[in-house]
Design a protein around this ligand. Structure first.
Ligand code: SAH
Ligand code: SF4
Length: 331
């Protein structure tokens, strides 16, 4: 949905018209303006022409887990991937992409291999959630959580991400506390975000306990090294009083040994810091850690008093898991 264009069309119309249109989009979850009963035929035709509600998406469902991937075609023909994760407790999370590709080139990530093609507009992010909201509507279910953890680096497309969050919160009524942004550590983004007075959660992709290893895995670490990153995160915590989740991928023989856990524990023993250990999904470069190594790693952190959780990945069989999102060969 191109909201700027939509508002332009509605210029000069009474205020309640904007409300009707928003209701059609976010409450009725209409996929064609002709479904909307309280607008004139003339306006509906114009909207269908210039601001169509249709979202072109191809669906892939996972056999092994409750995850569904959509390959969405944008208005310029580029494609992005969006993932819906079903949880045992009945919640549904949409994992939203923020860029087509990503410029940051993390060595373990399939999206990084694409480079940056372009930023997504906020309407294109909202559409990813609307796509699955419509999909779930048939079973009288709804999207309850949104994570900005799909393709791309959210803080390199800051304003569009904030605008999307505002619509999702106010119009689709997804609670701010049920949304999360994950960043690879773009410092100016973290700084700006700490002033937003929003309840949206912040996650940091850490993945290594020292600068040497982190710079090898994540080139952005050369520009924003760990001491600067932690200083910015501490400032965020001071301002917001909110906890921060550090994501740590478990890569076999690379960052998953006991000495890495000891080193990590030293960094993480701070108020409101939390660690989330993530299973590595194969992208052709590294291997996932052995189960026994993950267990040992987690035990060391726990023994040191670090708050640690473990995330299992969904959707590997449809390449819809974290770090596997790419549309490079699918154009
Ligand atoms: N660019 C942002 C958000 C998108 S990546 C970021 O990097 O934080 C979302 C998460 O998936 C990040 O924690 C990222 O590190 C992780 N990820 C990347 N490649 C992965 C892989 N191969 N297996 C599992 N997780 C991966
Ligand atoms: Fe970009 Fe995140 Fe992938 Fe790194 S992990 S290349 S920042 S999408």
């Amino acid at each position: 949905m191109n909201f700027d264009k939509l508002y332009k069309i509605l210029e000069g119309q009474p205020k309640y018209r904007v409300q009707q249109v928003k209701e059609a989009i976010f409450k009725k979850l209409a996929s064609n303006w002709s479904e909307v009963t309280n607008l004139s035929k003339e306006l509906k035709e114009k909207l269908n022409q210039e601001c169509p509600l249709e979202i072109k998406g191809q669906i892939f469902s996972s056999q092994a887990s409750e995850s569904t991937k959509a390959l969405i075609t944008l208005s310029d023909g580029l494609k992005i991937e969006t993932v819906l994760l079903g949880h045992k407790d009945g919640r549904f999370t949409v994992c939203v992409s923020t860029q087509v590709g990503c410029p940051l080139d993390c060595k373990f990530c399939a999206t990084g291999k694409m480079g940056l093609i372009r930023n997504l507009e906020y309407g294109e992010m909202i559409n990813q959630v609307l796509f699955f909201s419509r999909y779930l509507k048939n079973n009288e279910q709804r999207v309850s959580n949104v994570v900005f953890m799909g393709m791309g680096e959210p803080f390199l497309n800051y304003d569009n991400v904030m605008k999307a969050i505002k619509y999702l919160n106010e119009d689709l009524e997804i609670g701010a506390r049920r949304m999360s942004i994950s960043t690879s550590g773009v410092l100016h983004g973290i700084k700006k975000f700490s002033n937003e007075k929003m309840q949206v959660n912040l996650a940091i992709s850490l993945h290594a306990p020292n600068d040497k290893l982190r710079s090898e895995l994540m080139p952005i670490n050369k520009r924003f090294p760990l001491d600067k990153l932690f200083a910015e995160v501490d400032e965020y915590i001071k301002k917001t009083g909110r906890r921060v989740m550090f994501e740590y991928l478990m890569i076999r023989g690379v960052n998953d040994q006991p000495h890495h856990a000891q080193e990590l524990a030293k960094l993480m023993k701070k108020y409101l810091y939390m660690v989330n250990l993530i299973s590595y999904n194969p992208t052709g470069v590294f291997k996932a850690s052995k189960t026994a190594d993950i267990r040992k790693f987690k035990e060391i952190l726990e023994r040191e008093g670090v708050a640690v959780t473990q995330r299992y990945s969904f959707g590997r069989d449809i390449e819809a898991a974290c770090g596997q999102l790419t549309t490079e060969n699918k154009k």
